[in-house]
Design a protein around this ligand. Structure first.
Ligand SMILES: Cc1cc2nc3c(=O)[nH]c(=O)nc-3n(C[C@H](O)[C@H](O)[C@H](O)COP(=O)(O)O)c2cc1C
Length: 188
């Protein structure tokens, strides 16, 4: 099973077009469980999610400013998962707020689990946080870090014919500028 993970990582790319097909509760719970099992600073677990699959609330979320302009395509998704973090939990090391690190680990788990189920996601960072909090009754002292649609991509993706993967690789820094052996001057 673990040898599937590199392929799942390669298959993940941001999906911005969805089929209207609903996502089953089983699959929603599977991706949430993957997110829940992520590591966090001292196991503080600052991350929470709200799943939006009620059509009226989905409509309200997709009408939020900045979601409407840059991220208007979110309307096509049958489900949106809203990622929340508690900045009062987790550590701060030399000014680094680790709740955000914990959040990133959890979101990546969620996105990769989605790929394994044939589902797409796209991390959305541009949205009006106050509006999202108000629509979903999220407590004021929590931060909404991301939204992601969750749904079936409306194009066919396979590893073999995966143009998106080669495109992705071409847009990433080369491995020898990315990682080093032993000392900074020794590229892999
Ligand atoms: C913190 C963060 C914020 C992002 N915000 C947005 C966003 O608001 N809208 C969007 O379409 N994509 C957004 N993205 C997706 C990135 O554009 C995308 O991950 C990047 O271009 C790499 O492409 P890939 O995900 O297909 O590999 C965001 C990604 C991250 C990690």
């Amino acid at each position: 099973m673990y040898d599937e993970i590199p392929n799942i990582i390669k298959l993940r790319s941001s999906v911005r077009r969805y089929k209207p097909t609903p996502v089953s509760m089983d699959k929603i719970l599977t991706v949430l469980d993957a997110a829940r099992l992520a590591p966090s600073w001292e196991n503080d677990q600052p991350v929470r999610y709200v799943v939006v699959n009620d059509p009226e609330i989905l409509q309200e979320i997709s009408a939020v400013e900045t979601v409407t302009s840059v991220n208007s395509w979110i309307k096509s998704a049958p489900c949106v998962i809203v990622g929340i973090s508690d900045s009062h939990k987790s550590g701060v090391k030399e000014g680094l707020p680790y709740h955000l690190v914990d959040f990133g680990a959890s979101m990546e788990n969620l996105m990769l689990a989605a790929v394994s189920l044939g589902l797409g996601t796209c991390w959305i960072g541009l949205f009006n946080e106050e509006r999202v909090k108000s629509i979903l009754s999220i407590p004021k002292d929590l931060r909404v870090i991301s939204l992601t649609p969750l749904g079936y991509p409306d194009y066919h993706k396979t590893l073999d014919a995966d143009e998106s993967y080669s495109k992705k690789v071409s847009r990433r820094v080369e491995l020898n500028a990315f990682a080093f052996f032993n000392k900074w001057e020794n590229p892999v």
